[in-house]
Design a protein around this ligand. Sequence first.
Ligand SMILES: C[S@@+](CC[C@H](N)C(=O)[O-])C[C@H]1O[C@@H](n2cnc3c(N)ncnc32)[C@H](O)[C@@H]1O
Length: 421
Amino acid sequence: MSATSTTDTTRAREAMVDAIVADHARFGQPPLSPAVERALRTVPRHRFLPGLPTAEAYDHEQAVVTKEENGLALSSVSAPSIIATMLHRADLRPGQHVLEIGSGGYNAALIRELVGPFGQVTSIDIDSDVIVRAEELLADAAAEGVHLAVADGEHGFAARAPFDRIIVTAGAWDLPPAWDTQLAPDGRLVVPMRIRGLTRCLTLERTAAHGHWRAVAVDPCGFVRMQGAGEYWEPMPLLHEPDGAQVGLRLEDGPQPDIEALRTALTTDPAESWSGVTVGAEEATDGLDLFLASVADGWALLTAQRGAIQAGLIRPIVLTGTPALVDNDGASFAYRVLRKISGQERWEFGAVGHGPHATPVARQLTDLISRWDRNHRGGPGPHIELLPASIPTTDLPPGRVVPKRHTHTVLTWDRRPSSDT
Ligand SMILES: C[S@@+](CC[C@H](N)C(=O)[O-])C[C@H]1O[C@@H](n2cnc3c(N)ncnc32)[C@H](O)[C@@H]1O
């Protein structure tokens, strides 16, 4: 490599870390620890993305897909910004033993930096191609001492347990028992977890007995889906089927609504409701999404292909999933929309309803948005606990219970002391 290109990559790396630091300040996240910042400034990310232009390798928000099948990403090198947040949350110390589930090389090299020569890094992936690639790239980047193995993360990696930290870098739906048994008593688990269709990166610590966890931090994130024994796909019936103009509803397990009735609803005239609650271009809405997912019984995510919007079937939405509500009648639904406030760089939240109860269900959604604005906006977010699925639901703390195979997730929102509704 020429001296000039080394200077270029060093500059690009510095700029990447500066951008992450600035984002943390702008979005009110805690500043990165000096150790994480140093590691990010040290590990050459471009070495893990050979052939990619330097500017893209050091784009702080860009995940780079390294393997896909039928248009679905199976493996990627994660975006530096979320990697930085997860490493910060993991609070890695020199000498620790760490398990990374989902390899790629880059994150393992950063963990290696953080735990130092007396630490141990084990990185596993379900895909042998990923492990072969990571092995080559780690050697090329002179990042030695990472133990790589092909394994399904659902079972952890008993041969090198116990671990002080487990960092999962694929989107999990549940928390398998092996992560509990293989984590040291005072260990930390950082995992992107799907909760009612939303992915949140949870930093988990045990509260008491094995299998009882509480989230000490909750960060928005997106990851490729976990494969193998823990793979799970939420039901996603289509309300409109033509390819290129599909409209779907991503639902939780449990009683399913009458899809034929909802298909009919989509063909009926829409009704609108507006909340008076506004949002700026740079304001995150992940707190609102999680609130709606917690409190709405008929919670769903509306997904769409672009053609459905172009055809006027639905209003512009986030195609991969926009908060929606199925009415108690099972035959009406509403989804969240935005309208621009004239003369301002702000947008108002509203809802569009369809079906026999189009107006009440749209109003129900905007009422919930107003409740979030009054009682929780800018607040600390929900308490999230994960408890063994063997506990009867009647013995669980009050809150939204999301039942899964191994664990129940319970979300509880504190009201602001001054709020009354
Ligand atoms: C986002 S990538 C990992 C990124 C990586 N940590 C990095 O350094 O940027 C997610 C990886 O998880 C892997 N994966 C998916 N399901 C898995 C499972 N059950 N066990 C282990 N790895 C899995 C995928 O093959 C994929 O390579």
